[in-house]
Design a protein around this ligand. Structure first.
Ligand SMILES: Cc1cc2nc3c(=O)[nH]c(=O)nc-3n(C[C@H](O)[C@H](O)[C@H](O)COP(=O)(O)OP(=O)(O)OC[C@H]3O[C@@H](n4cnc5c(N)ncnc54)[C@H](O)[C@@H]3O)c2cc1C
Length: 398
C-alpha cells in the first residue's frame, strides 16, 4: 500500500483548498459546520457552483460529466470538503439515481435526466423503504399495474428524506406479485407533482422536518419512466445500495468534528480549568481519534485495493459500522463538552420578534440537533445489524 501523495496530488489539494476558500458561501458553510440540515435554496446554490466548476459528480464517468479524478484525488477532495465544512452534493440525485441511469437507463433517459442532475434542476428523493419493508426491502408492497403506456401505482413509502422538497422520486414497485420476491420488482422514476401523490411529514427526534411518508393513490406513471427491464428492478436497486454505502463512513466530516471539539475544549471550562485539560474529556477524545485514524487507514487501504484493480466485498459494511459509531460518539462528546449549554435545542437562534439573547455561546448552536439526528446513522443506509450479517456471511462464511 502506497499512502504518500505525489507532487501532482499535492498541487490538486492546493487547487481544491483555493476553490473552497473563494467559492463556498459563508451561510452554507455555517450550516454544514454546525451539522444542521441544509436549506434547499442554499444546497442548490452551492451545487450549481460545483457544477459550474465541473466538480458536481466526482464519481461519474467523464463522458457523462464526471471529473475524471483518480481515486487519490477523490479522497483528497473529500478530505478538503470535510475540513472546510463544504457540503457534499445531496446523494439522492448524483450518487444514487444518477449512476443507475447512466448504467441501466436508455439514451433518452440519460440525455434528459443526467444534465438535470448535474445542474440541480431536479431535487430527488429515494422511495425504497415501506412500513414493514426496511431491512427486508424485497418484501415491498407498493404495486404498479400496467395500463397501456402507463403504470398505475398504489401504496406507501416511509422515511423518505426530503420528499417534501423533492421534484422527483425513484421508487421500487412490485410489478409481479406471483414471482419470487426479488424477481417481481421494477424501478420507476416518478414526478412528485403527479396527481395522487401525498407527502406527510414525520418530525424526527431533532424536532426537524426531513423525513416523510409518501402515499400513492392511482398515480399514473409513463412506462418510459421505468429504468431497464420490467421485474429486473432488484438488480438496479442493489447496484444503488452498493453506491449508497460507499462514502457513508463520513471520515472527513468526523475529522472536522474532532477539530471543533478541540476548539470548544479550549473555550469551555471544567473545574476552573480549560476543558482541554480535563483528563476524562481528553481520554474520551483520544480514544475517538485513535479509532478514527484506524478507520481512515482502513479506508485508504481499500482505496489502494480498488486502485490496483481488486474488488471489494464486505468492506463497505465495515466502514459503515465503524464510521456511524464514531459519528455518534463525536456528537455525544460535543454535547457533553458544552455542559448545560448543550441541552437547550433551538433550531433557529434568532428569529423575528425574539427579544432575548440565544442561550449559550455561538458554538453551542447545532451540536444537540446533530446529536439527536445522528442516532439514526446506525439505522439508515442499511442498519448496522444488517451490515454485521453481511460481514458474517461474506468474510466469516457463517
Ligand atoms: C433518518 C433516516 C433517513 C432515512 N431515509 C430514507 C430514505 O430517504 N429513503 C428510504 O427509502 N429509506 C430511508 N430510511 C429508511 C431506512 O433505510 C430504514 O429505516 C432501514 O433500512 C431499517 O429498516 P426499518 O426501519 O424498517 O427497520 P427494521 O428492518 O424493521 O429493523 C428493526 C431493527 O431490527 C434489526 N433487524 C432487522 N432485520 C434483521 C436481521 N435480519 N438480523 C439482525 N437484525 C435485524 C434492525 O437492525 C433494526 O435494529 C431512512 C431512515 C432513517 C432513520
Amino acid at each position: 500500500m502506497d499512502l504518500s501523495f505525489s507532487k501532482e496530488d499535492l498541487a490538486f489539494r492546493d487547487e481544491v483548498r483555493e476553490f473552497l476558500a473563494t467559492s463556498l458561501p459563508a451561510d452554507v458553510k455555517d450550516r454544514c459546520d454546525r451539522g444542521l440540515h441544509p436549506t434547499k435554496e442554499g444546497q442548490v446554490r452551492w451545487q450549481k457552483i460545483l457544477n459550474e466548476k465541473g466538480w458536481m459528480a466526482p464519481n461519474w464517468p467523464k463522458e457523462y460529466g464526471g471529473t475524471g479524478w483518480t481515486i487519490t484525488q477523490k479522497y483528497i477532495a473529500a478530505h478538503e470538503f470535510g475540513h472546510a465544512s463544504a457540503p457534499i452534493a445531496l446523494p439522492f440525485g448524483v450518487s444514487m439515481v444518477g449512476p443507475v441511469i447512466y448504467t441501466f437507463g436508455n439514451q433518452e433517459q440519460k440525455d434528459y435526466y443526467l444534465p438535470r442532475i448535474l445542474n440541480s434542476d431536479d431535487w430527488w428523493c429515494q422511495g425504497y423503504s415501506e412500513p414493514g419493508s426496511g431491512s427486508d426491502l424485497a418484501s415491498l408492497q407498493t404495486k404498479a399495474v400496467r395500463d397501456g403506456d402507463h403504470y398505475i401505482v398504489n401504496g406507501q413509502k416511509i422515511w423518505t428524506s426530503f420528499a417534501h422538497l423533492a421534484d422527483m422520486i425513484f421508487c421500487l414497485v412490485r410489478t409481479d406479485s406471483s414471482a419470487k420476491q426479488q424477481e417481481g420488482i421494477s424501478f420507476l422514476l416518478i414526478d412528485m407533482k403527479t396527481p395522487g401523490i401525498t407527502v406527510k411529514p414525520i418530525i424526527g427526534l431533532d424536532m426537524e422536518h426531513s423525513l416523510n411518508e409518501v402515499f400513492f393513490e392511482d398515480v399514473r406513471v409513463p412506462v418510459k419512466n421505468r429504468i431497464g427491464e420490467e421485474n429486473k428492478g432488484w438488480t438496479y436497486a442493489k447496484f444503488l445500495l452498493g453506491n449508497e454505502r460507499t462514502g457513508i463512513a463520513r471520515i472527513a466530516r468526523s475529522k472536522r468534528q474532532v477539530e471543533r471539539l478541540k476548539e470548544i475544549a479550549k473555550a469551555e471550562r471544567s473545574g476552573g480549568r480549560p476543558l482541554a485539560e480535563d483528563s476524562d474529556f481528553s481520554n474520551k477524545l483520544s480514544r475517538i481519534e485513535v479509532d478514527l485514524m484506524a478507520l481512515e487507514y482502513t479506508e485508504l487501504r481499500y482505496l489502494s485495493m480498488i486502485a490496483s484493480g481488486k474488488q471489494l466485498s464486505a468492506e463497505p459494511s465495515l466502514l459503515k459500522i465503524k464510521g456511524s459509531e464514531i459519528q455518534q460518539r463525536l456528537t455525544e462528546l460535543l454535547v457533553e463538552s458544552l455542559g448545560m449549554y448543550g441541552v437547550p435545542y433551538e433550531p433557529e437562534r434568532s428569529y423575528a420578534g425574539r427579544n432575548e439573547a440565544p442561550v449559550g455561546p455561538d458554538y453551542a448552536h447545532g451540536p444537540m440537533a446533530e446529536h439527536l439526528y445522528l442516532r439514526a446513522a446506525t439505522i439508515y443506509g442499511g442498519s448496522n445489524e444488517i451490515q454485521r450479517n453481511i460481514i458474517s456471511k461474506m468474510v466469516l462464511g457463517l
